[in-house]
Design a binder for this molecule. Structure first.
Ligand SMILES: [Mg+2]
Length: 270
């Protein structure tokens, strides 16, 4: 299906609005980094703006709206950054989930223990060679960040990482996903943000026939979630400032536009 850029195109918004109003309930899923918060030099610097927080809180208070936040960060971290009570949260690319009086984690995270220990050992010499790169151990997954290294060194850095990973990958079942200046390593099992989404939808007891599902995300790992949303007849929105192939049906070019879109959604259902 053709991608539609929403920015400034009211016709695309009219279609979205019609879809939202055609259902009794709305389940809005949002990624965090690059979607609710701009991408920053170090993940610890990312914040949810007060304005966005208030907007999300307002949406959560509406009886017809459910909210879900899906991130590659640790579950407790993403919960702390967003702090919307009563919402569903998925951390670690969907390997850890929680919602009102519910918590779940994928059993595959246990198999990552040995892999992460070995990876840290073999990757550290490369990391120390490239200032600005660092490893983030999230127990179920491992992230190799390189946003801050000098631009002309990124290709070489990625090549070295890839070569080193090859040696460990022969011993462990690992899935490697390249995101925005980050390489994500996760267990090679049939699990991803899309599966997490399905589990949350099931857990929420929302009825697909009566619910409009929306997913807004910006990176490679969100593609699995876009596919699930498309299958459910929902609205998949990709936040990206450049043309990139995506499974999402709609695209917003700038992260700052997310706020405007949430505003429009709020107004439409109020
Ligand atoms: Mg993101």
């Amino acid at each position: 299906m053709r991608q539609v850029f929403i920015d400034g195109k009211d016709r695309a918004w009219v279609v979205i609005k019609k879809k939202i109003l055609s259902k009794r309930q709305l389940f809005l899923f949002l990624d965090f980094d690059g979607t609710l918060s701009p991408i920053v030099g170090h993940p610890s610097k990312a914040r949810l703006s007060l304005r966005l927080y208030k907007q999300l809180l307002g949406l959560q208070k509406m009886s017809r709206v459910r909210l879900g936040f899906i991130s590659g960060r640790l579950l407790k971290e993403v919960k702390n950054l967003i702090r919307i009570p009563g919402a569903f949260y998925a951390g670690n690319h969907g390997f850890e989930l929680c919602g009102p009086s519910w918590r779940w984690s994928h059993p595959a995270h246990k198999m990552m223990k040995g892999f992460i220990r070995e990876s840290k050992k073999v990757l550290r010499p490369i990391i120390s060679k490239y200032p600005g790169s660092f490893l983030e151990d999230k127990r179920a997954t491992l992230s190799i960040h390189y946003r801050k290294i000098q631009a002309h060194k990124t290709a070489l850095f990625c090549r070295e990482i890839k070569a080193r990973l090859k040696t460990i990958k022969s011993f462990f079942k690992i899935r490697v996903i390249k995101g925005k200046k980050v390489i994500e390593l996760m267990p090679r099992v049939l699990w991803h943000k899309g599966k997490a989404l399905e589990k949350i939808i099931y857990q929420s007891r929302t009825k697909p026939g009566q619910t409009c599902y929306i997913y807004i995300g910006d990176d490679t790992t969100d593609e699995d979630a876009f596919c699930v949303i498309n299958r459910k007849g929902g609205i998949s929105i990709h936040v990206h400032d450049e043309t990139r192939k995506t499974k999402a049906r709609y695209t917003i070019r700038h992260q700052s536009e997310v706020k405007r879109l949430l505003n429009r959604i709020t107004q439409a259902i109020t």
